[in-house]
Design a binder for this molecule. Structure first.
Ligand code: NAD
Length: 353
C-alpha cells in the first residue's frame, strides 16, 4: 500500500494510472480537489478496487494521521501543491498554506506514524517529495544546467513556497531521521494537463481560433519532460533512491517558449488543418512579459541516470506529438474542464468516505 497526495492533478493522476497499470499494490489517493483536482483524470481507475480515493487536505494533520494509522502505507508520495506560477503572483496565500504549511503538517503526521512502525517497516519506509527545478532560480544562456548541488534561488512565490517545502523535507531527515527522498523535475507536459499551462493552453486556444499568447519575446527557455517519463523516474527513485538524497529529473530538452508554440502549430497544421488553409501560427500574439519571469531552466539529470539507471522513453518530438493527439482525441475532457463540469465527477463517480 502506498499513499499519493495530489493524485487528481496532472502529474499525480498520471502517476496513479501508471502505478495501477504496472504494480499490483493498492494506492490511497488523497486530494483536496482544488480547481486543479479533476476526478475525471482518474476515470481509468474508477472501478479498480486497488484505488482508494479520499478527498482531504494535506494541511489537516489530524486526518492525515488517522488515514496513515488506518491504511498503514509503506510509502507516502507528496504531489499535492498549488502549482501555477501566474496564480502565485496574483494570490500567494494559497501557495504558502498548501506548499509550506501543508507539507509541514503532512511531515508531522508521517513522522508520528513512522514511529509506530516496527523496526523493519520503519527502515523500509519512504517519504518521497515531488518538487521542481524552479527552486534553483534562473540561468544565463551559457550557464551549465542545474545539478543537485546548485544553490536554491527561487524567484516566484510558487518556487519560493516549493523551496521552503524542500527545506522542511530535508530538515525532517536530518533532525528526525525520517527516510525522505526529493525529486526536482523540469517542466512536464502530456495528457491531462490543465489548460492554463503553456502547452495545453496553446493547443486548446489554437483549436478554438483564439490568440496564442506568448510572454515577452518568447525566448524563455524551459527543459521539457513527458509526464509519463517523470512518473517512471519517481517510481525508480522510490524503489532504488538513497534516503536523504535529492534527484534532478529532466529530459535534456531545452526549448524556447516560442519554438514550443511553433511546433504545436506545425503539428496541428498537419493533424487538424485550419479550414481556411492558413497556419495556426497566424494566431500567435505577443503579450507583456510576466514579472520576475525566469529566463532559462535546464536540468542536469546525470545523477539519476548514472546511479539509478533511469532514462526517459520519449524524445520531445514523440512526446509532443502524443500530447497534441491526446487533446485532439479528448475534446470532452477539455470542454468539461473549461465549463467547470468536471467538478460534477465528485458527486457522480465517487462516494465520499
Ligand atoms: P496540479 O496543480 O495539476 O495538481 C495538484 C493537485 O494537488 C490537485 O489535484 C489539487 O487538487 C491537489 N491539492 C492542492 N492542494 C492540496 C491540499 N492542500 N491537499 C491535498 N491536495 C491538494 O499540479 P501538477 O502539475 O500535477 O504538479 C504536481 C507536483 O509536481 C507539484 O508538487 C508540483 O510542484 C510538482 N512539479 C510540477 C511540474 C510541472 O511541470 N507541472 C514540474 C515539476 C514538479
Amino acid at each position: 500500500m502506498i499513499f499519493v497526495t495530489g493524485g487528481a492533478g496532472f502529474i499525480g493522476a498520471n502517476f496513479v494510472l501508471d502505478w495501477l497499470a504496472a504494480a499490483d499494490e493498492p494506492v490511497v489517493n488523497i486530494d483536496k480537489l482544488t480547481y486543479a483536482g479533476n476526478l475525471e483524470n482518474l476515470a481509468g481507475a474508477q472501478s479498480d478496487p486497488r484505488h482508494i480515493f479520499v478527498q482531504a487536505d494535506i494541511g489537516d494533520g489530524g486526518q492525515m494521521a488517522q488515514l496513515l494509522a488506518q491504511h498503514r502505507p509503506r510509502a507516502v508520495l507528496n504531489f499535492a501543491a498549488e502549482s501555477h506560477v501566474d496564480r502565485s503572483i496574483h494570490g500567494p496565500e494559497d501557495f504558502i498554506q498548501t506548499n509550506v504549511l501543508g507539507t509541514f503538517r503532512l511531515l508531522e503526521a508521517v513522522r508520528g506514524y513512522w514511529h509506530t512502525l516496527e523496526a523493519r517497516a520503519k527502515a523500509d519506509f519512504r517519504f518521497l517529495h515531488v518538487s521542481t527545478d524552479e527552486v534553483y532560480g534562473t540561468l544565463a544562456p551559457s550557464d551549465p544546467a542545474f545539478t543537485e548541488e546548485h544553490n536554491y534561488e527561487p524567484n516566484s512565490p510558487y518556487s519560493a513556497s516549493k523551496a521552503a517545502s524542500d527545506h522542511l523535507v530535508r530538515a525532517w531527515h536530518h533532525t528526525y531521521g525520517l527516510p525522505v527522498l526529493t525529486t526536482n523535475c523540469s517542466n512536464n507536459y502530456g495528457p491531462l494537463h490543465f489548460p492554463e499551462k503553456l502547452i495545453p493552453l496553446m493547443i486548446v486556444n489554437a483549436l478554438a481560433g483564439k490568440p496564442l499568447p506568448v510572454y515577452g519575446d518568447g525566448q524563455q527557455v524551459r527543459d521539457w519532460l513527458y509526464v509519463r517519463d517523470h512518473c517512471s523516474a519517481i517510481r525508480r527513485v522510490l524503489e532504488a533512491g538513497k534516503t536523504g538524497e535529492t534527484y534532478n529529473v529532466g529530459g535534456w530538452n531545452e526549448k524556447a517558449n516560442i519554438d514550443i508554440v511553433k511546433t504545436i502549430c506545425a503539428l496541428l497544421d498537419e493533424l487538424r488543418p485550419r479550414q481556411d488553409g492558413k497556419s495556426y501560427a497566424e494566431q500567435i500574439s505577443y503579450v507583456s512579459d510576466r514579472p520576475g519571469h525566469d529566463r532559462r531552466y535546464a536540468i542536469d539529470a546525470r545523477k539519476l541516470e548514472r546511479e539509478l539507471g533511469w532514462k526517459p522513453a520519449e524524445t520531445f518530438e514523440t512526446g509532443i506529438r502524443k500530447t497534441v493527439q491526446w487533446y485532439l482525441d479528448n475534446p470532452q475532457w477539455v470542454a468539461n474542464v473549461q465549463s467547470g463540469a468536471y467538478r460534477e465527477w465528485v458527486q457522480k463517480q465517487y462516494a465520499q468516505p
